[in-house]
Design a protein around this ligand. Structure first.
Ligand code: SF4
Ligand code: SF4
Length: 335
């Protein structure tokens, strides 16, 4: 057996993105990562997106015998996970070397601006424009009619994106969940430290906020996941973002309320190496990085008017690549 630091299988979630509505890419991503063995897939709270995700999952379920649960992302207020970027292409000078286009992981940017359906608000392009032409805007698919959305979609799990200071709106969202009578296997609470506000939040503020939420959720008797967002939607996939995520976990992980602990917001191929072998989280969630390594393959397939999973050679390559990326988190893969 090859040497590995991991002593337990870690639960893995693919994050397709709370504002990602690139239906064809979502279908392929769900097919690839279901085949590679993820446990849950998190998508935007919209019927057509859920339908696409289920198609991809179904393809892989039949061939690879893995059935991840489907989670939808909702929020209790304004949240950077629910945004997209835009700019007016008529203002771009012809000599611009187009750094925005180069940093976009989903190839959403071209000469006509940003294709809304391909942008999932990762934020990488926001500071790339030397003329500051790019801005963000809110894009929340379930905000206005959450109860109806839940009844139509019937997800296996939901993730509530919250902020330390939003306990009242969090309570309202939980009340909607209760009254919708949606049968859920799990509720995930995604919260991180907001460093952009005037007084930066501290890990102890986050802990207090999560315990407050635990008191509200406890009576539901649904297993909880605490998703620690190290650097939510920073657009940064570097080593340092990954280190921030691990640091936050090491600081407060042992004091969190009962439930599974999952890391996100800055997780990438380096994250496992930064963790101590005797202190691993229960779960890991991958968004930007998981999509970035697959997007070029997906683009080629779509240019040929195919889903990637309709191309046996390329899908086999994509699944191999996804498995390699997830390998450190799966002990059983080494057996
Ligand atoms: S870089 Fe991110 S935020 Fe910008 S257009 Fe691409 S997906 Fe959207
Ligand atoms: S970097 Fe700015 S000016 Fe250049 S193409 Fe992108 S949005 Fe336009």
């Amino acid at each position: 057996m090859p040497e590995t630091k991991n002593t337990k299988n870690t639960w893995i979630k693919l994050i397709c993105g709370a504002s990602n509505e690139d239906i064809v890419a979502i279908e392929d991503l769900c097919a690839i990562y279901t085949a590679a063995g993820v446990d849950y897939i998190d998508v935007a709270a919209e019927e057509s997106i859920v339908h696409a995700a289920k198609k991809g999952i179904k393809w892989a379920e039949e061939v690879y015998k893995n059935s991840p649960g489907l989670m939808i992302s909702i929020s209790d207020g304004d949240d950077i996970h629910f945004r997209k970027a835009k700019f007016d292409p008529t203002k771009c000078p012809p000599y611009c070397p187009r750094p925005c286009e180069k940093v976009c992981p989903t190839f959403a940017i071209d000469n006509y601006g940003i294709k809304e359906n391909k942008c999932y608000g990762c934020g990488r392009c926001l500071n790339s424009c030397p003329l500051n032409l790019i801005s963000e805007y809110e894009y929340n698919l379930s905000k206005d009619n959450l109860a109806t959305t839940l009844q139509k979609i019937k997800p296996d799990a939901v993730e509530i994106h919250t902020d330390i200071n939003r306990i009242n709106s969090f309570t309202k969202v939980v009340n909607i969940l209760k009254s919708s009578e949606t049968k859920l296997d799990k509720i995930s609470i995604s919260c991180g430290l907001n460093q952009s506000i005037v007084k930066s939040q501290e890990p102890r503020d986050l802990l207090k906020a999560l315990w407050e939420r635990y008191e509200i959720l406890d009576e539901l008797n649904i297993p909880l996941i605490w998703q620690l967002d190290g650097r939510p939607m920073s657009g940064d996939l570097s080593r340092n973002t990954s280190k921030d995520t691990v640091k936050l976990f090491e600081k407060i992980g042992s004091d969190l309320p009962p439930g599974l602990i999952q890391l996100a917001g800055g997780t990438n191929e380096k994250t496992h190496g930064f963790l101590k072998s005797n202190n691993l989280p229960d779960g890991i969630a991958f968004g930007s990085y998981a999509r970035k390594i697959m997007q070029p393959l997906i683009e080629v397939a779509h240019k040929n008017n195919k889903r990637l999973y309709e191309d046996p050679e390329r899908i086999a390559f994509a699944i191999k690549k996804a498995k390699k990326f997830l390998e450190p988190w799966k002990v059983s893969e080494f057996k």
